[in-house]
Design a protein around this ligand. Structure first.
Ligand code: UDP
Length: 455
């Protein structure tokens, strides 16, 4: 057979490109050639953030395709992005594969797609190329998508995915109860977007029906119950970020500011509050202020990721006197090297929006959480953290929908004084790490998958 050459296709957002690139690095280590397909927009952002690093690691070949959106269009508009990608990218992908497969080219032997790019599996089938998919979010959120037909039949949701009942839903006796308003397609703003997302998920579930390998960036140690509802169709190989050798090349949409690592070196062990909301979350001015004041009045050292677009206002968004008052114990950066930050000994807790990657990165470093979810699957991840694994606390909104400075300060104190919770976080870390080591479940599945790719 030809040398294995895998075309890797992530959905073009930060939280999906990252794990697909981690997966690619693991394949490269086994002598597999990778062509990594970004959209032009994400390609540009990632290359800008790489700076000179990309030439150091030439093992992954990066290419880009247009997503059909105008340069000025808002890529964070989920509904519009999905529609454009599904309409324009299939033709572009076919053309790319034909170009790569020209005589004497390094023929594509396998397509490894993000399940959110399920349309590419239809192309793989049409061109006779073997294909596999990775679901980059939690197995529970995937299980809720697989359960859509049953939930429609059972009158739990309607044909548009809208919940018809308010009771908590349990997909099996082993899975956490889900509030129906927390399904990924429901906890998103606007009915039209909800509907687009719901149809998109159904299409993706259909697209993976016939493939041999549907992998999950999760582990039995974290999600045995949810994985059991989809066995043997879905197999866990995660957390991808914890394998040795992963992370030499990190896909960022913003350039990393690594200066904070030196600052962390100077802080006492387990003293710093790390605050980060991933790549999408936007805080309004009032909420941004309350957070700043909560950090200011906590009197604890903190490292806060203030993405350039986290709030509409810029520097003056900080409360008056804030910068001066926290100058000796607070650091604000535009984008942090999060994995390195979370594994730093000076980190005490992670105030997080609970995106799945952040969740995995926190638990696999034994860091306790203060949870502040915003949308999509983040509420389910919060339930895992606080109710199932019991390694974090929820921040509660007040009657005006704001998480106030007092709530932030008091939950922070409660969390930092809870020795049992901290001990559970450390135990969970050890368990998770075992799964990716030699002999661990995730490791074994990954190895079988690599054999299949090479066969
Ligand atoms: N991240 C980072 N630096 C930051 C903030 C976030 O490297 O300052 C990374 C984080 O490590 C994670 C990803 O961005 O891998 C965010 O993915 P996640 O699923 O947590 O959230 P999303 O951005 O999809 O909401």
């Amino acid at each position: 057979m030809n040398n294995p050459h895998v075309l890797v296709i992530p959905y073009p957002v930060q939280g999906h490109v990252r794990p697909l690139l981690e997966f690619s690095q693991l394949l490269v280590k086994h002598g597999i050639k990778i062509t990594f397909v970004n959209t032009e927009f994400s390609h540009q952002r990632i290359m800008n953030a790489f700076g000179s690093k990309v030439s150091v690691d030439g093992s992954i070949h990066f290419v880009s395709l247009p997503d059909g959106m105008g340069v000025d269009e808002n890529k964070n508009h989920i509904g519009r992005s999905i529609e454009s990608i599904c309409q324009f990218m299939p033709m572009e992908l076919k053309q790319l594969i034909n170009e790569i497969n020209r005589p004497n080219g390094d023929e594509v032997t396998c397509i490894l797609t993000d399940m959110f790019m399920g349309w590419s599996l239809e192309i793989a089938a049409e061109l006779g190329i073997k294909a596999a998919a990775l679901f980059p979010a939690s197995a529970l959120s995937l299980a809720s998508m697989f359960a859509i037909p049953t939930m429609i039949d059972g009158g739990v949701i309607d044909e548009n995915g809208t919940p018809l009942k308010h009771e908590m839903i349990q997909l099996s006796s082993e899975t956490p109860a889900i509030n129906p308003s927390h399904f990924s397609w429901v906890s998103i703003e606007g009915f039209t977007t909800q509907k687009i997302l719901f149809n998109f998920f159904q299409r993706n579930i259909k697209a993976v029906e016939k493939i041999e390998w549907l992998l999950s960036n999760s582990t039995y140690e974290l999600e045995a119950g949810a994985l059991a509802t989809m066995a043997p169709k879905v197999l866990p190989i995660g957390p991808l970020s914890t394998y040795e050798g992963v992370g030499t090349l990190v896909a960022n949409f913003w350039p990393e500011d690594s200066s904070c690592l030196k600052w962390l070196d100077k802080q006492p062990p387990r003293s710093v509050i790390y605050v980060a909301f991933g790549s999408f979350t936007i805080l309004d001015q009032t909420q941004f202020w309350e957070l700043a004041l909560g950090l200011q009045h906590s009197n604890k050292p903190f490292l806060w990721v203030v993405r350039p677009d986290i709030t509409e206002a810029k520097d003056e968004a900080y409360p008056k006197g804030f910068r001066a008052s926290v100058a000796d114990r607070g650091q604000m950066v535009g984008w942090a090297p999060q994995r390195a930050v979370l594994s730093h000994p000076s980190i005490a807790c992670f105030l997080s929006h609970c995106g799945w990657n952040s969740t995995l990165e926190g638990v696999s470093n034994g860091v306790p959480f203060l949870c502040w979810p915003y949308f999509a699957d983040q509420f389910m991840n919060e339930s895992y953290i606080c109710e199932i694994w019991k390694v974090g606390l929820k921040l509660e909104k007040d009657e005006s929908g704001i998480i106030g400075q007092e709530e932030i300060k008091s939950k922070m104190e409660k969390l930092l004084s809870d020795e049992n919770l901290k001990a559970r976080a450390m135990e969970l870390k050890e368990k998770i790490r075992t799964s990716v080591k030699e002999g661990g479940y995730s490791n074994k599945i990954l190895k079988s998958f690599i054999e299949w790719v090479k066969s």
